[in-house]
Design a protein around this ligand. Sequence first.
Ligand SMILES: Nc1ncnc2c1ncn2[C@@H]1O[C@H](COP(=O)(O)OP(=O)(O)OP(=O)(O)O)[C@@H](O)[C@H]1O
Ligand SMILES: [Mg+2]
Length: 278
Amino acid sequence: MPRIIAVSNQKGGVGKTTTAVNLATALALEDFMVLLIDLDPQGNASSGLSVPKTEVSVGVADVLLGFREMPDAVVPTCVDGLHLLPATRELIGLEIELVEASRREYRIKRALSAHAAPYDFVIIDCPPSLNMLTINGLAAADGVLIPVQAEYYAMEGLSELLRAMNQIQKGGLNRELRREGILLTMVDRRTRLCRDVVDQLREVFGTEVFQTEIPRNVRLGEAPSFGRPVHAYDPLCRGAISYTNLALELLDRIGCEADDEDTAAHTEQNLVRSQEAS
Ligand SMILES: Nc1ncnc2c1ncn2[C@@H]1O[C@H](COP(=O)(O)OP(=O)(O)OP(=O)(O)O)[C@@H](O)[C@H]1O
Ligand SMILES: [Mg+2]
């Protein structure tokens, strides 16, 4: 079965979607089969991969409501080995429709139990709130990757999320749920505040914080407007390199290290393929 990673933080604009899209891409470029699930009604992960929610009729909402089986809603992307379960307009207001549904917290978990076998990784982009969509993501996940923006209010958002994760574990929704790691995003080491926040987080959470830091990088902000992951937009920019490093660090942590010699060659070949396709 795949490793299922929810990218979550109820604080808005901290780099969840940027991380979900580019980590999923980096893993696919290492030759893993990856499914990215867009659980956010904003549909940013979908549009960031050229699948705008206004242009697809079947998506994750249909799976949540039991109208479609997951494989009928999954689409390929411009990256070889990366599939997307997109958001559609129906995701807006879906929570209300789910109120009466049985086992409504486990809809994604059920779909993945039945259909995720072909994948090595499932990455779930969660919305910026702790609603039923996020709960579906956290109930299905093995681990939560928590992007934290290196700024003043970072700790506040983080402690709320950790409390919620605790409730999910203790309440029995997902007793196995673990922290996959805390990822520092939009890091700008030129500012003192940023350096202080980074130091404080590393002091409090130690090795739970990924060594890899995602720098503030203009290319990461530009890529989604071209409907591409950063690796297909500017593969040599600092943003692309940092997400590749994150993927390698994650693989190392979970003991599924990519073969070092092969890695560079594969990444290069796959980049060429994904750029030709886009
Ligand atoms: N490392 C970075 N450098 C520069 N810009 C970034 C970086 N990471 C994210 N951004 C930009 O910051 C904005 C917020 O990022 P993103 O959409 O990934 O956050 P989010 O947590 O998913 O937001 P939301 O809570 O709304 O879902 C976007 O415009 C994105 O392009
Ligand atoms: Mg987002």
